[in-house]
Write a protein that binds this ligand. Structure first.
Ligand code: M6R
Length: 614
């Protein structure tokens, strides 16, 4: 997904800061990149502009030898929406005079009308993007005698849709920015100031941040930052210090962020549980939700009937939501799960007392945000389960529970999935029976259980054996079913090989036709419900009879081994918690298959970390 960096100040050279910022944004996924800097002489003149399709290395190669000095600059990593990846479609975009440069995330819905108006007024366009209308609108306002700041506001006032937009004007040392439904955060430094789509872009320089809200404008000058509303009234903001250590954003010796993040899971879970579970009393308390049971009761005080909870989420977060919904149903709460992009279109009836939980690691996923906003408008109480402090979901929902996984850079979600499952386990307990000693013991056993899997896994050998397979299937029942869906998503995402996950019982209703001796079946069989193990073993026999190799991921080696070609063992820590460990085995298998195939593991083709378009 697109990323923005902006900088002005007397510290490091502008171009160096922009390039560092762009590499900090690479994790979001991109297909082209560019930078624009204004002249330090503060006289009029062109904006220096460099942009290239492809990776940052292509942009670096396009820069002149030696650093380009400048007063202020903006940079962008683009993930195509309007127009394919190309040098011309890469941001920044400029006006006819070359004096104005603009970067943008989001979608300008009325760009066709604006472009037609501007073209008939004589403006020339060079790209197919929606963004390019913005510098031309600024150009017109400047020509009408407005100051750069006024001209920027005039242009933004014409835009419909979603945007985080930033601009620089030749002869000026200010970066102008505005936000509507696409994230922007300001960085307050010692010798210069920043703006970006996300903190990793400037974390190397400062940890002091101001989050912009929808409808807000920012001017970033060498002397400071100021935030105003659409009319130009000053908005009082507070500077927050964030806890992320720049070291956390490095690979710490691992070949890929994904592998590092898989290995970080024990610590991530410890962080998620910290001060939320008490072993002696067996109680689960989430301090952020103090008093929540009065605003989100799971039982209606008038008639004693359980109140509904709906989950909305996408991708891996949807799989975590499936897990969370099952936990609540098992506690007697009517919980449903929706793919966020389908929620609004289904016109889901939000009855009185419904709580809608958005599960989203980034807190910015457009489909999830839309569903949460629709739910809020329909009168539901909304709750975000997210990793990113200050994200849109965190700020817009009525309540928020942080999963505390730390920064996740690999596009493939790993530690955030485990942390989501743990956070949802605590949420389900906090909203219902308040927990039990057994639950707390099982939750506390997860970090060591994952560590054992990481230390003892044979996933790499299995990956080597099956790297040339035609396809991979994943099956599991009950709490193992979301793990199977997630196992398949991970496999297809980073290996580019066909993979499908099914609740085990579904296999015989169609997918069995695809099973051959070249399609290994990963059967997650943990001991969580009476009868489930033997039923899934029945499904295993069905695939075996078609010649498929079977890899069982299980805490019941004794029962399962006779039916499987290989066993990936996990410790048994509790009916709903053992599947969290099984998922780690599947993450490792996918990682090692992708590694054997030499794939771009941290930035898989066509994918983005934070998907801010619908
Ligand atoms: O930030 P979110 O959790 O809302 O993101 C949702 C999906 O885009 C995300 O989980 C995606 O499926 C991941 N790439 C999976 O690894």
């Amino acid at each position: 997904m697109c990323g923005i960096i902006g900088y002005t100040g007397e510290g490091d050279p502008v171009m160096d800061v922009l390039m560092t910022g762009l590499s900090g944004l690479e994790y979001r996924g991109y297909d082209s990149a560019g930078v624009a800097v204004t002249d330090r002489a503060r006289s009029s003149g062109d904006v220096s502009l460099f942009k290239r399709e492809g990776e940052l290395s292509s942009l670096e190669a396009a820069l002149p030898d030696g650093s380009v000095d400048g007063a202020a600059g903006i940079g962008h990593t683009r993930w195509s929406t309007h127009g394919p990846p190309s040098d011309a479609n890469a941001h920044p975009h400029t006006d006819c005079t070359g004096q104005v440069a603009v970067v943008h995330n989001g979608i300008i819905e009325n760009f066709r009308e604006l472009r037609e108006d501007l073209e008939s007024a004589g403006h020339d366009f060079e790209s197919e993007t929606d963004t390019e209308v913005v510098p031309h609108l600024i150009e017109d306002a400047l020509a009408a005698g407005e100051s750069p700041e006024e001209a920027f506001r005039t242009a933004v006032a014409r835009l419909e849709g979603s945007y985080a937009v930033a601009a620089v004007v030749a002869g000026d040392e200010t970066v102008y920015a505005a936000r509507h439904e696409s994230p922007l955060v300001l960085g307050v430094g010692e010798a210069g100031h920043f703006l970006a789509s996300d903190v990793p872009a400037f974390i190397e320089y400062t940890d002091r941040v101001i989050y912009l809200d929808d409808g807000e404008f920012a001017t970033v000058t060498p002397d400071g930052v100021s935030v105003t509303d659409a009319r130009g009234n000053t908005i009082e903001t507070s500077v927050e210090t964030i806890a992320w250590d720049p070291e956390d954003a490095g690979k710490s010796g691992y070949d890929h962020y994904m592998l590092k993040e898989i290995y970080e899971q024990p610590d991530a879970i410890r962080g998620c549980l910290r001060e939320r579970v008490a072993e002696l009393s067996g109680s689960v308390e989430i301090p952020e939700l103090d008093g929540i049971s009065t605003t989100i009761p799971t039982v209606d005080a008038r008639d004693g009937r359980p109140r509904p909870i709906q989950f909305v989420a996408c991708g891996t977060s949807y799989h975590a939501a499936l897990y969370g919904a099952r936990l609540l149903r098992d506690r007697g709460v009517p919980a449903q799960c929706f793919i966020a992009s389908e929620y609004a279109t289904e016109r889901v009836p939000v009855s009185e007392g419904t709580t809608v939980v958005g599960v989203t690691q980034s807190g910015e996923t457009a489909d999830t945000m839309r569903a949460l906003r629709e739910a809020g408008r329909a009168g539901a109480e909304t709750l975000a389960v997210t990793n990113v402090v200050g994200s849109s979901a965190a700020r817009e929902c009525d309540h928020v529970v942080y999963i505390r996984a730390g920064p996740e850079i690999g596009v493939a979600a790993t530690k955030t999935f485990a942390s989501q499952q743990v956070a949802l386990s605590m949420l389900a307990a906090a909203l219902t029976d308040g927990g039990s000693q057994g639950l707390v013991q099982s939750l506390r056993a997860i970090p060591d259980g994952i560590q054992r899997v990481l230390d003892e896994s044979d996933a790499r050998e299995i990956a080597r054996e099956y790297v040339d397979s035609d396809a991979y299937f994943f099956i599991g029942r009950g709490y193992d079913a979301p793990v199977s869906l997630e196992g398949a998503l991970k496999m297809k995402e980073i290996t580019y090989k066909h993979a499908e996950g099914f609740p085990a019982g579904e296999l015989k209703h169609g997918p069995l036709a695809l099973v051959t001796d070249r399609t290994p079946v990963f059967a997650t069989i943990t001991d969580h419900a009476e009868g489930d193990v033997s039923k899934t073993l029945g499904n295993v026999k069905e695939v075996e009879a078609r010649g498929a190799p079977v890899v069982a991921v299980t805490d019941r080696r004794d029962l399962v081994e006779p039916f499987a070609d290989h066993v990936l063992e996990v410790p048994s820590i509790g009916p709903a918690q053992t599947p969290i460990l099984a998922n780690v085995q599947l993450q490792l298998v996918s990682y090692w298959v992708a590694n054997e195939l030499g794939r771009s593991i941290d930035k898989p083709r066509n994918l983005a970390k934070s998907v801010t378009v619908e």
